[in-house]
Write a protein of this length. Structure first.
Length: 274
């Protein structure tokens, strides 16, 4: 049995998806399919040497795996070998992979089952802002807390930033969200909705949660005999990345200005993705 890629846009319900897999007897791999595989580390010669060997130098080849930077590519052969080494038996690996037809075709060719969880982007933005503020060791924590209000913080994330030695580059939020959400339309991938699968404790509905779980179980060919147990345990507040895990939080946190900036940037980003 091959393992599973649990893919998402950051803060879209990654923990919710992986918890379902863990409750279904899957074990998490110790790797993460994201920009960490391709980003150079400071003053680490060995790590930099290993990463350099993975990077695809030819612009017409390789796979895009960095949600923050659409121009970075990794060698397809290395990437698939990395997946194969970690997805043995009933295992899963977390990922924040941007969509591309080349990557989709590679996953299809090697029959790698992939799940994708998506969430209202406005709630994702709220979750991202709160996560950075909560995590004092986050490279952008100091920069974001230095801003005078949440309105300024939201706008900074929407615009994006790449300045200062202690700031990690973050692409404009809507642009990278649009790079990810195209997975939702993939016929090969099983795409699930955060709003449906969160259930009653997160502001959703019992029946919609059950329908979404049933569809996910069908895709993974897992027996539905334990769905009752899994459904009662899905909502979990003990995750380190958990904030509130509820639907529609953006209504309480967005100001009219933030909403206007968000709508304008999302419209422009969607036009780029067409």
């Amino acid at each position: 049995m091959k393992g599973i890629i649990a893919n998402s846009f950051p803060k879209s319900g990654t923990h919710l998806l992986t918890r379902i897999l863990e409750l279904s007897a899957y074990k998490q791999s110790d790797t993460h399919l994201s920009r960490s595989l391709i980003l150079y580390g400071p003053r680490n010669f060995i790590r930099n040497w290993k990463i350099a060997k993975r990077i695809e130098k030819k612009p017409d080849r390789g796979l895009k795996i960095d949600i923050e930077a659409s121009d970075r590519r990794i060698k397809e052969k290395w990437f698939l070998a990395e997946i194969s080494s970690h997805l043995k038996g009933q295992t899963f690996v977390q990922a924040h992979l941007p969509y591309s037809s080349r990557l989709e075709e590679a996953l299809r060719k090697y029959e790698i089952k992939t799940l994708y969880i998506h969430r209202n982007p406005k709630d994702v933005l709220v979750s991202l802002k709160n996560y950075i503020l909560k995590q004092k060791n986050h490279p952008n924590h100091e920069m974001l807390t230095s801003l005078g209000s949440d309105e300024q913080r939201f706008i900074a994330l929407l615009i994006g930033f790449n300045e200062g030695s202690n700031v990690t580059m973050m692409a404009p939020f809507c642009e990278k969200y649009c790079r990810s959400i195209l997975w939702k339309n993939s016929a090969y991938v099983c795409s699930v909705s955060f709003e449906k699968i969160i259930g009653q404790k997160g502001g959703g509905a019992f029946e919609k949660q059950r329908e979404e779980l049933a569809r996910l179980f069908d895709y993974l060919r897992i027996s539905k005999t334990e769905m009752d147990r899994v459904q009662t345990l899905v909502f979990n507040t003990k995750s380190n990345t958990f904030h509130k895990g509820i639907i529609g939080q953006w209504h309480e946190e967005f100001t009219p200005k933030v909403n206007e900036v968000f709508e304008r940037h999302m419209e422009a980003a969607q036009l780029k993705c067409i």
